[in-house]
Design a protein around this ligand. Structure first.
Ligand code: NAD
Length: 253
């Protein structure tokens, strides 16, 4: 018996097998969850289809569009009924703004990073609530990074977006509690994914992050996925509005 038996969970943000969303989906499926995947666009669908050989469980959803979120969630509700959780593992900023000095951030680039990486959590939660898509209890988990608190080289505008995302987690947790919905974030250690390769000097970031773990071993997708499974499960009903580090201690050192 798994801790997520009978639970249906939407996983947003699988791009390929290195994606943190994929690690979360895999570990949650091992715990008995049925996973429904959303993908950003047709290009992403091609790559996700190599991992998920079931078109019925793949739904398009571009979080920069309220219409797209609404269409996706309506389809999910009509195909699968209410769900027990949503994993939001989505972020984006322009590559040229993830480099050098934050002084080169443009107004448009700042707004884009905030929209896709921070506002989208509110948009997703609001749409799920408006469509009565979430069971009581349900859990929403997003992915953040330590660059929200410290000035990490190259992370710049994304660090600012992650700070906003973490604040969104707290306010959403406060306001969704009455509907039985918990909201939390995992602050994951640095891992080589498609998103990370957009950050200037990412090889150095990954190297230093590994050196700063307590055992000189980078966190794995499985470890992040297991924490996600815990936060989705009824084992974590007392954890609300929190940012849980799953980074092998990098934030300590
Ligand atoms: P990834 O590139 O595998 O995943 C990012 C996903 O965001 C992709 O699937 C992409 O399609 C999706 N996305 C971007 N814009 C979108 C939009 N408009 N609509 C829908 N989807 C959109 O990279 P990842 O590292 O697995 O990133 C997942 C999350 O984890 C992000 O929030 C990232 O900031 C966070 N995170 C990553 C690390 C790391 O080191 N990789 C560390 C901590 C937190």
């Amino acid at each position: 018996m798994g801790i997520l038996d009978q639970k249906k969970i939407i996983v947003m943000g699988v791009a390929n097998r290195r994606s943190i969303a994929w690690g979360c989906a895999q570990e949650m499926a091992k715990q008995g969850a049925k996973i429904i995947y959303t993908y950003q666009n047709e290009r992403m669908k091609k790559s996700v289809s190599r991992l998920v050989n079931d078109d019925d469980h793949l739904i398009e959803c571009d979080v920069s569009s309220d219409d797209s979120i609404s269409t996706a969630f309506q389809k999910i509700k009509s195909d699968f009924g209410k769900v027990d959780g949503i994993v939001h593992a989505i972020a984006f900023a322009k590559k040229e703004e993830l480099n050098g000095s934050i002084l080169s951030t443009t107004r448009a680039g700042y707004a884009l990073a905030q929209d896709v990486s921070a506002y989208s959590l509110l948009a997703v939660a609001k749409c799920a609530h408006d469509l009565d898509l979430l069971n009581d209890p349900a859990s929403i988990v997003t992915l953040t990074y330590f660059g929200s608190e410290r000035a990490i080289p190259g992370y710049n505008v994304m660090g600012v977006a992650k700070a906003a995302l973490e604040a969104n987690v707290r306010y959403l947790a406060r306001d969704m509690g009455e509907y039985g919905v918990r909201v939390n974030a995992i602050s994951a250690g640095a891992m080589k994914t498609l998103a990370v390769t957009g950050i200037g000097g990412h090889s150095n970031l990954l190297k230093i992050s590994k050196e700063r773990t307590v055992d000189n071993q980078s966190v794995t997708l499985e470890e992040i996925g297991d924490a996600c499974a815990f936060l989705m499960s009824n084992l974590s009903t007392g954890v609300v509005g929190d940012i849980i580090y799953v980074d092998k201690g990098v934030h300590l050192i």
